[in-house]
Each structure stands twice: as structure tokens, then as C-alpha cells.
Design a protein around this ligand. Structure first.
Ligand code: ADP
Ligand code: MG
Length: 239
């Protein structure tokens, strides 16, 4: 990927309003950080992302670190996304923590383990998309944030070498928007899902905090979670 031309190849997420905000989707071969609190819709966004790939006949790898594979599939049944079918067809390869541990033969899985196994995960199907949901637990074994940062950078480098476009889920932590406070610098883009309680209702929003290589919408748009998944409304639209 080079240059900043508007014809830059895009990787659409299938979330219509978001793809509009991002001028077509994530730039090809970029690493994108998605963050927000628990329940803000990060896993749902990730499911849309791999399903849009499946719809286009592209292969994806979905590494679910936080939830086991069965829980991911069960959660996906709430929405009309067809994730199970895509997994059955082999268009989405779903790996969870348990299966990663079998692969690495170790008790804890961290960024270095993933760096060692990511080629094996991606190459058999020539995957074009990868989701890590989430990266929040992968740095726990590191002695310092600096170590974690270096491991994460090595991992990202290896992912990029595979010509895939990555979606890495982080999580809001204490007063920070990401777990380690460095993901926003390392990633090419950062998308934040907002979740705020206002009186008796939850207000959900989406915002592209940064996106390299491209112009993008930087407003906060209201979002809604429906039986069809995540819906992005126009700016200022109240529901
Ligand atoms: N049909 C629905 N209508 C409204 N909200 C829903 C519906 N299905 C699920 N949700 C809510 O959407 C949230 C989706 O969160 P999820 O993607 O798991 O968030 P995260 O991964 O950020 O924790 C769920 O916690 C649930 O509260
Ligand atoms: Mg989740």
C-alpha cells in the first residue's frame, strides 16, 4: 500500500454508515484498533467485518481471545448475520483461547505466541481479514507497557507481511480509551464505540478517532443495536 490517493483500495466492514464515514472502509493492509466499554458492540462490529468478507468470497481468521468459540457462535445467533454458516463453509476460521493454547503448548497466550503462529493461521486460506477479539489479555504476561508495546509492534509487522487487513479489539480501561494506552499510536486507525447511560437509557455512538492514509468523518454518530446488528445513524439523528 502506498500513496494517499483517493483510489486507495478499501476493505468495507459491511456496516453501511461506518463505511461512509471511512470513505469506503479500512485502507487495505491497515491495522485498525476498535475500542469501547463492555457491551459497546465491539464483538458485534467484528462479526460484521468478517461477514462482509465472507459475502465477498474473502477468507477471514477470527481469533476470539475473550470468549470461547461456542459463545461467539451463540452470540452471533442473536443477529441475522449468518456467522455459523460462514464458519461451516470455511470462509471464517474461528480460533479461541483454548485452541491457541493447544497450538502454542503454553499456559498463557501472548503477542509473541501469536507472532509465531500467525503465518500458520493466515496462510492456509490466504485470509484477507483478521480479527483479534480482544488484544486486552495478550499483554498481561509482559513486565512493562514498553515490553508489551514492542511485542505488539512485532506482531503487527508479521500480520502486515501477510497482506491482510486487521481489526484489533481493545477495551476502555479505567479512564483510558484502550487497555494499554498505546494501541492508538500503534494502529493505523482507532475507532471508538461509545456507551453512556443517560437517565434510563443507553446512548450508543461511534467515532473515528484517527485514520491514517485517508480523509474521514470525525463526528460522533449515534448507533443502534438491532436484530440485524449494528446500525449507524446520521449525525444528530435522534432515536
Ligand atoms: N437485538 C438487540 N437489541 C438491542 N441490543 C442488543 C441486541 N442484541 C444484543 N444487544 C446488546 O448489544 C451488546 C453487544 O455487545 P458486544 O458486541 O458483545 O459488545 P462488546 O464486545 O463491546 O462487549 C450486548 O451486550 C447486548 O446488550
Ligand atoms: Mg466482546
Amino acid at each position: 500500500m502506498e500513496g494517499q490517493s483517493p483510489e486507495e483500495e478499501r476493505v468495507p466492514t459491511g456496516i453501511t454508515g461506518f463505511d461512509e464515514m471511512a470513505r469506503g472502509g479500512f485502507p487495505e493492509n491497515s491495522i485498525n484498533i476498535l475500542s469501547g466499554r463492555a457491551g459497546s458492540g465491539k464483538t458485534l462490529f467484528s462479526m460484521h467485518y468478517v461477514m462482509e468478507g465472507a459475502r465477498r468470497g474473502e477468507n477471514s481468521v477470527y481469533v476470539s481471545v475473550d470468549d470461547d468459540a461456542e459463545s461467539v457462535l451463540r452470540a452471533s445467533r442473536q443477529y441475522d448475520l449468518g456467522l455459523e454458516k460462514a464458519v461451516d463453509k470455511g470462509l471464517v476460521r474461528l480460533h479461541d483461547y483454548e485452541s491457541l493454547m493447544e497450538r502454542t503448548g503454553q499456559g498463557l497466550v501472548d503477542f509473541d505466541d501469536l507472532t509465531r503462529s500467525v503465518d500458520q493461521l493466515l496462510q492456509p486460506t490466504e485470509a484477507e481479514r483478521i480479527v483479534i477479539d480482544s488484544i486486552a489479555g495478550l499483554g498481561i504476561a509482559e513486565d512493562s507497557v514498553n515490553e508489551m508495546r514492542r511485542s505488539m509492534i512485532r506482531f503487527i509487522r508479521r500480520v502486515r507481511e501477510n497482506d491482510v487487513t486487521g481489526l484489533f479489539v481493545s477495551e476502555a480501561w479505567e479512564d483510558r480509551e484502550t487497555r494499554y494506552g498505546v494501541e492508538e499510536y500503534i494502529g493505523d486507525s482507532m475507532v471508538v464505540l461509545g456507551l453512556e447511560q443517560m437517565k434510563n437509557q443507553l446512548n450508543r455512538s461511534i467515532n473515528i478517532r484517527k485514520m491514517r492514509f485517508t480523509d474521514h468523518d470525525s463526528s460522533f454518530r449515534p448507533i443502534e443495536i438491532t436484530d440485524n446488528g449494528l446500525v449507524v445513524h446520521n449525525q444528530g439523528q435522534v432515536f
